[in-house]
Design a binder for this molecule. Structure first.
Ligand code: KG4
Ligand code: ZN
Length: 346
């Protein structure tokens, strides 16, 4: 039996959690920074890292208190150290190292994207492998083939924007609100997904994705083709020329194209690889329309679908502690030279 403290600070959520045996979440504290970034319509790295600095120790203290344990009750400290915003990662990593050094507890570095694929395991029974894994988040969109929770390879990924980034940009174009994904989903519920024809990129026979053309097609569909260049670019229409129902139609059409891209590549992957389970995690997997698409794919291929609970789709530290537990069981330990990395080679 192992009790792991997880720490997460890769983007704009400062989070800490205590997880027993990889799955049982004793506490899961997330301090979101949405209110700090809203006026910029996106995460500002310098603001994010400063906010992490202010919040990290209170968040860790709250998570230990909520779990009714003391730091020396835990068996190891797991921290998301890659990939992410470098200044943000360094705050969580620094805190984890300081706690590990002062207590003598083992330190375990966890890949944030891999941890998203652990999130369907939280609070639930174990997973059957081999599995296909989808990570659809603000920073990543990739399909993995997993032999186990800690052994996997990427078989398809985005060549430009991540799907969550595309949702966020679509929300900016439609002035739908922040954070963009939930705002687009809410607007889409009253829209017609067939109203606007938007492209679903085809990248030959690969399992890769491209969302940047979809975002541009939405922009031109809503505001018309631009004239001029750079700072002098002008559009025939502005968003305020659209009625609310037309914005909803645009949101629904965008959501449908984005979900179709994911579903199509997962179908293709399942035709090529025999697996027992489809795992999905990352902020965009909270989207109801995508969740419905994943149910259809898994049903058509008669495999088990394991979706993260909505609270564990977005960034959290329970998934870091959970995967940290699997790494701890594999004997993985890191030293004080563990580095943060903004990017990770697949
Ligand atoms: O996993 P996450 O919290 O952070 C990253 O690792 O990137 O994902 C955040 C992303 C944002 O782009 C957000 O707009 C998107 O997930 N998102 C959604 C929904 N909830 C969050 N996208 C579509 N529909 C949602 N309901
Ligand atoms: Zn994430």
């Amino acid at each position: 039996m192992a009790l792991i403290l997880g720490i997460e600070s890769s983007c704009d959520e400062t989070a800490a959690a205590v997880v027993r045996d990889g799955c049982e979440v004793l506490s899961n504290v997330v301090a979101t920074q949405h209110e700090l970034h809203e006026r910029y319509s996106g995460v500002v790295p310098e603001i994010a890292s400063r906010a992490h600095l202010e919040r990290i120790l209170p968040v860790i203290k709250d998570c230990l208190d909520e779990a009714s344990i003391r730091l020396d009750d835990v068996d190891a400290i797991a921290v998301g150290h890659e990939p992410g915003l470098i200044g943000s990662l360094l705050v969580g990593l620094g805190a984890a190292k300081a706690l590990a050094w002062s207590t003598g507890l083992p330190l375990i570095g966890v890949n944030h994207v891999w941890a998203h694929l652990w999130s369907p395991c939280l609070e639930k029974h174990s997973i059957e492998f081999p599995a296909l894994g989808l990570v659809a988040s603000g920073g990543h969109t990739a399909i993995y083939l997993l032999e186990s929770p800690t052994r996997m390879q990427v078989i398809g990924s985005t060549i430009d924007d991540a799907i969550g980034e595309a949702f966020d940009k679509a929300a900016t174009i439609l002035e739908a609100g922040y954070p963009g994904g939930p705002a687009i989903e809410a607007l889409a519920t009253v829209g017609d997904p067939e109203a606007m024809k938007l492209p679903v990129a085809r990248l030959g026979e690969t399992l890769d994705f491209s969302f940047s053309g979809l975002k541009t097609a939405l922009l031109y569909g809503v505001r018309g083709r631009p004239e001029g260049r750079g700072r002098n670019v002008t559009y025939p229409r502005s968003i305020s020329d659209l009625q609310q129902s037309q914005r909803a139609d645009a949101a629904a059409s965008f959501q449908k194209a984005a979900v179709t891209a994911i579903v199509r590549n997962l179908r293709r992957a399942l035709e090529r690889h025999e697996v027992r389970t489809l795992l999905a995690g990352g902020g965009v997997t909270a989207n109801t329309s995508l969740r419905r698409g994943l149910v259809e794919v898994a049903t058509a291929h008669s495999i088990e679908l394991r979706l993260a609970e909505p609270a564990y789709c977005v960034d959290n530290a329970a998934m870091i502690a959970g995967l940290g537990d699997a790494l701890h069981a594999d004997g993985i330990r890191h030293g004080m030279d563990l580095a943060a990395a903004a990017r990770v080679a697949h």
